[in-house]
Structures are given as structure tokens and as C-alpha cells.
Ligand binder design. Structure first.
Ligand code: TEU
Ligand code: CA
Length: 557
């Protein structure tokens, strides 16, 4: 059977607001992305995932959509978007969009109508519920960005549900008319030439009947018990598949908070006809503390290894999506590597670890040049709704400012959202105007221009990783198997396909550490494919001494 294109692809995530500003209003736009397509072509990726590009009041940076048929004016009009799509296609790059249909903006026409009365055509488009006898909210659920998950509306004398901000009311998927509207909208974008969707919090679309009370009101988990993986979620996605997805050759990746690997099998098993793959959060939760993600706990390598391995083992019929950071997460090198002493080495090591696994790798803009988290001068400089809520919450609880600053530096979503540093100049070559969000002064050193002029840069390592995928079938198809599973510093696995083997060896230590090649390998048959040091041994020896964050890939039979 021919391999599906999305299995052999590498996806590059573009955060449109912060990628490239073409008209100097401080906000990234479609024309800016068009300008930088040759850069992405040079890197070798073949799919772009664009974060939401639709009309939005931007309460949650576009995850609050007020019109699915229009692009956000700041990014350009539909003609600009079509041009982007056409130019990308000419270069052999596909484009997938962000489908945000668990909720809309409260400025969406559907919601404006819905809240007027209980008997209009849109009355049941959202989730409305009567108050309890004492007038209070129907359940104790909290929303992800603070506040209760229910908001009262006088005109209906009812509460509506919002898992996220109150400006993001949840759609009522039980209503067939809602589903039909969404399916029609998806078709329109596919007919325009879009190549797939990343589906925002798709595991939340089916709510549990009766809206049972959530026993755990822990931060960011408050809506989970009630709303994740609800009774009809698979039915809804299968219907979407039958009515829409099956008619196009597209990539689908569901963002599925609170979904374990058992549940993920249901979403991704090809015979079930739902999604190609999902983004899980298990490895994003390894360093959570009492405020959820806003903690200064450092992950343990063995936990990361256990988690990623579990997913590799579990999704044999389904397919994995591979990521270490995105627009909701801090920079990978700050979180999992050593940004201070081994930024370049550890960025390359993490990239190696991920790209050699089975699944489709996702590169978040700036990851390919080893960007790290951003030292915002003051807590007031954070723009993100989630960060602002947690700052407020931690202050309320009497946490000291230094601690709040520290965890915001470590975990804020804004770390990922600063302007792409195209060069070392003022405003990073992103714009001639002041960008909508401040940028990292690190741009003097960490920028695309200098990455391109240094053959040892993180960029060229990524380029090689991406190219390898095109030349070695074992990287796409090979089975994953963990080896040396008790090592405390080294994460090592093998991939096997027919007779071919890859052995991937990644050190998470800043010291020299020894690695012993498993017995089963015939050392003479292997040669080095790639390393993040330029003088690693070409041949495999029984004992290898790895330097700080060294990463090695050997190939053989
Ligand atoms: O994120 C969903 C989600 O689970 C996040 O709330 C995540 O838990 C949090 O950011 C981690 O700190 C998606 C989008 O990716 C995010 O940008 C949106 O804010 C959210 O949905 C609502 O649409
Ligand atoms: Ca602009």
C-alpha cells in the first residue's frame, strides 16, 4: 500500500500574527508569509499549519472566531490567502488550517442571535441551562482561563457554557444544524484548496448529559472531567469523516486534551474513520505543579522517555503526531534542553530525538533556529489571556513577584508568540514598526540570518533531519523499540523495517556519559547518519562516550 502523504510529511507551524509583517503595522500577515515561503522550502518542510486566520475580536488570539467565512482583516483578504495557497502549492507545500469549532466568539452572529431568546433559529446553537433554584450556576465547573464556566444572560434568564473565556461560548454539537453548518464550512475551505485541519480541543465537543459536577476543581483541569471524550465524540467525528473528510485527500490532526493513549487509538485507528492523528498532552504535563502548568518543576528525562515510548507502542494502527512545543507551550530548549550552556547542542539533540520517532513531526516557528524563552521586562508585558489570569491568581494567593516572574518566564504561552527573529536588528526584521508584542533581545544572536550563514546552526541540522526522512523508509515505517531503558541520562531507541535498522542515541546530560550498544547489533554493519557534533565517530563501537547533549543516529542492517 502506498504511504499516505501525511505520514512522510514534516509540518511547520506558522503563528501568523508573529511570522512576518509585510505592511509595517506591527502584525504579521499573509503577504509576509508568502515572502518567507522560500525560507520554508529551503528548510525542506512540506506542510504549513496556520494558527487561526479567521475574523476574530482576538480575545484569545484568534481562537475566538466571529466569522468562519472571512479572514482576519489584519492578515489580508481572501485574495491574499488564495495567493498564499497558490504560491505554497507551487513550491510543493501544503497548507492546513486551524478548525476551532468547540466554541465560537461571543461576537459570532450565531451567538448574538442565540442569546436573544429561547425561540429563535439559533437558540440551540449553544449550551444553555437554567440557573439552580437559588439563581446560581448549573454546575461548579471552572473555565480554563479563570472564572466559572457558566455565564448568565439576562435576556434568556439562563447560563451558557464556556470551557475557555466567557467570550468563547461552547457550541452545542448535539444540535444537527450546528454540525451541518460546520461541515459545510469545512467543505468550502477544502474546495478552495486547503489541505487539512488541525482541530482545536476536538476531544471536548461532546458534553456529558446532565453535566455532572466535577470533583476536581484543579487549575486548567476544571472542565476536563465533564467535557473530554464525551459519549458522542467518536460518533460526531465519524459523521464528519463520512460527510466531509472522506471526500478529500487531507491531513487531520485533532488537538485532544485529557486523552490517554487508549482513547487515542479510537480517534486514530484508520478503520474507524475519524482522524489521522492527535496531539496528546501527556509529555506536556510532566512538569506541572499546584498551579498546573505554571510551575518551576523540572521534568525528569525518564518520565519523558516513558511517556513518549508508551505512545509509540500504543499507536500501532493509528499514527502519532510528534511535538515538543507549539503556540501554547514554552520553547522546547528552555524546557527540555540547556538554553544557557548548550543551546545549540541540546536544540539539535531534541530535534533528533523527535524526528527519528514514528509519526509526523511538527516544527514550531523559531524552533529550527533554537529560539529560547523570552525575558519579558515586566509582568505587564504579557499579552496572553491565560498568563494574565494566572498572574492575577498567584498574586491573590500571595505568591511573591519573583516567583511569579520565574514561572511566567518558564511557562507562559507568550514565550512562543514573539516575533520571528529574521535578523539581529531593531524589531528583528519582522516589521519596521513596533511589533504587537515585545520581542526577545536575544535576536541579536539568535536569528534566521545568522543561522543561514553558519553551517553548524540548528537550522541546518533540522534541514538534514527533514531530508533524512525523504531518503530512509525506516524513518517513516520502522517499528520503534526502546533500548537501554534504565539509563538515567540517555534516551535511546531503535527503528526497524525489513532488514534495515536505525539506532538513535540522545544524551540529556551536560556531562560526558558512556553508552553501551545493545548486544544485538553487529557493530561493523552500521555507519553514522547524523550527529550534532561535527567529529562524531563514523563507525559504531561497543562503548560510546557521549559529550554533553550529544545525539547520534546510526544506520545499518
Ligand atoms: O488549546 C487547548 C488547551 O488545552 C489549552 O488551553 C492548553 O491547555 C493551555 O493552553 C495550556 O496551557 C487550544 C488552543 O491551542 C489554545 O491556543 C486556545 O487558547 C484554546 O484551545 C481555546 O481555543
Ligand atoms: Ca501587517
Amino acid at each position: 500500500m502506498e504511504t499516505k502523504w501525511w505520514k512522510s510529511s514534516v509540518v511547520y507551524q506558522v503563528y501568523p500574527q508573529s511570522f512576518k509583517d509585510s505592511n509595517n503595522d506591527g502584525i504579521g500577515d499573509f503577504q509576509g508569509i508568502i515572502e518567507k515561503l522560500p525560507y520554508l522550502k529551503e528548510l525542506g518542510i512540506n506542510v504549513i499549519w496556520l494558527n487561526p486566520i479567521f475574523e476574530s475580536p482576538l480575545v484569545d488570539n484568534g481562537y475566538d472566531i466571529s466569522d468562519y467565512t472571512k479572514t482576519l482583516a489584519q492578515y489580508g483578504n481572501i485574495e491574499d490567502f488564495k495567493e498564499l495557497l497558490a504560491e505554497a502549492h507551487i513550491l510543493g507545500i501544503k497548507i492546513i488550517l486551524d478548525l476551532v469549532v468547540n466554541h465560537t466568539s461571543d461576537q459570532h452572529e450565531w451567538f448574538k442571535q442565540s442569546k436573544i431568546s429561547k425561540d429563535n433559529p439559533y437558540a440551540d446553537f449553544y449550551i444553555w441551562k437554567d440557573p439552580l433554584k437559588d439563581g446560581s450556576a448549573p454546575t461548579n465547573w471552572g473555565s480554563t482561563f479563570g472564572d466559572p464556566a457558566w455565564e448568565y444572560v439576562e435576556s434568556r434568564k439562563q447560563y451558557y457554557l464556556h470551557c475557555f473565556a466567557k467570550e468563547q461560548p461552547d457550541l452545542n454539537w448535539e444540535n444537527p444544524a450546528v454540525r451541518q453548518h460546520i461541515f459545510d464550512m469545512m467543505k468550502d475551505w477544502f474546495d478552495l484548496g486547503v489541505d487539512g485541519f488541525r482541530m482545536d480541543v476536538i476531544s471536548l465537543i461532546s458534553k456529558r448529559p446532565g453535566y455532572p459536577e466535577d470533583p476536581s476543581l484543579a487549575y486548567t483541569k476544571s472542565y476536563y472531567a465533564g467535557a473530554s471524550n464525551g459519549p458522542r465524540v467518536h460518533e460526531f467525528l465519524h459523521e464528519m469523516y463520512q460527510k466531509v473528510l472522506s471526500k478529500y485527500d487531507v491531513l487531520t490532526v485533532g488537538e485532544t486534551p485529557n486523552t490517554n493513549s487508549e482513547q487515542a487509538k479510537l480517534y486514530t485507528h484508520p478503520e474507524r474513520e475519524e482522524l489521522n492523528m492527535v496531539f496528546h498532552f501527556d509529555h506536556m504535563h510532566l512538569d506541572y505543579g499546584k498551579y498546573g502548568k505554571f510551575s518551576d518543576i523540572r521534568f525528569k528525562m525518564s518520565d519523558l522517555r516513558d511517556t513518549l515510548t508508551e505512545w509509540q507502542y500504543q499507536l500501532k494502527d493509528g499514527w502519532n503526531s510528534l511535538y515538543l512545543n507549539n503556540h501554547d507551550q514554552p520553547r522546547m530548549v528552555t524546557r527540555f534542553g540547556d538554553e544557557e550552556n548548550y543551546r545549540v547542542e541540546s536544540s539539535k539533540m531534541l530535534g533528533t530525538l523527535l524526528h527519528m520517532m514514528k509519526g509526523t513531526p511538527y516544527v514550531f516557528q523559531g524552533e529550527e533556529i533554537g529560539m529560547k524563552n523570552v525575558p519579558f521586562p515586566s509582568l505587564d508585558d504579557y499579552k496572553d489571556i491565560e498568563t494574565r489570569y494566572f498572574i492575577q491568581e498567584m498574586r491573590k494567593n500571595g505568591e511573591n513577584e519573583e516567583y511569579i516572574k520565574k514561572v511566567a518566564y518558564l511557562k507562559s504561552r507568550d514565550n512562543a508568540r514573539t516575533p520571528m527573529p529574521w535578523n539581529g536588528e531593531e524589531n528583528t526584521g519582522f516589521s519596521e514598526a513596533n511589533p504587537w508584542i515585545s520581542y526577545s533581545p536575544d535576536n541579536k544572536k539568535i536569528n534566521v540570518e545568522s543561522a543561514l550563514s553558519d553551517k553548524n546552526s540548528v537550522f541546518y541540522h533540522y534541514k538534514k533531519l527533514i531530508a533524512l526522512r525523504k531518503n530512509y523508509e525506516v524513518i517513516i515505517e520502522g517499528e520503534y523499540r526502546l533500548v537501554n531503558e534504565t539509563d538515567s541520562d540517555i534516551y535511546s531507541y531503535i527503528r526497524e523495517y525489513n532488514n534495515e535498522k536505525l539506532i538513535v542515541i540522545c544524551s540529556f546530560s551536560k556531562y560526558k556519559v558512556n553508552y553501551e550498544v545493545p548486544e544485538e547489533f553487529n557493530l561493523d554493519n552500521f555507519k553514522l547518519l547524523l550527529s550534532n557534533y561535527d567529529d562524531s565517530s563514523n563507525s559504531l563501537s561497543k562503548i560510546i562516550t557521549l559529550r554533553p547533549y550529544e545525539a547520534l543516529i546510526y544506520h545499518g542492517v
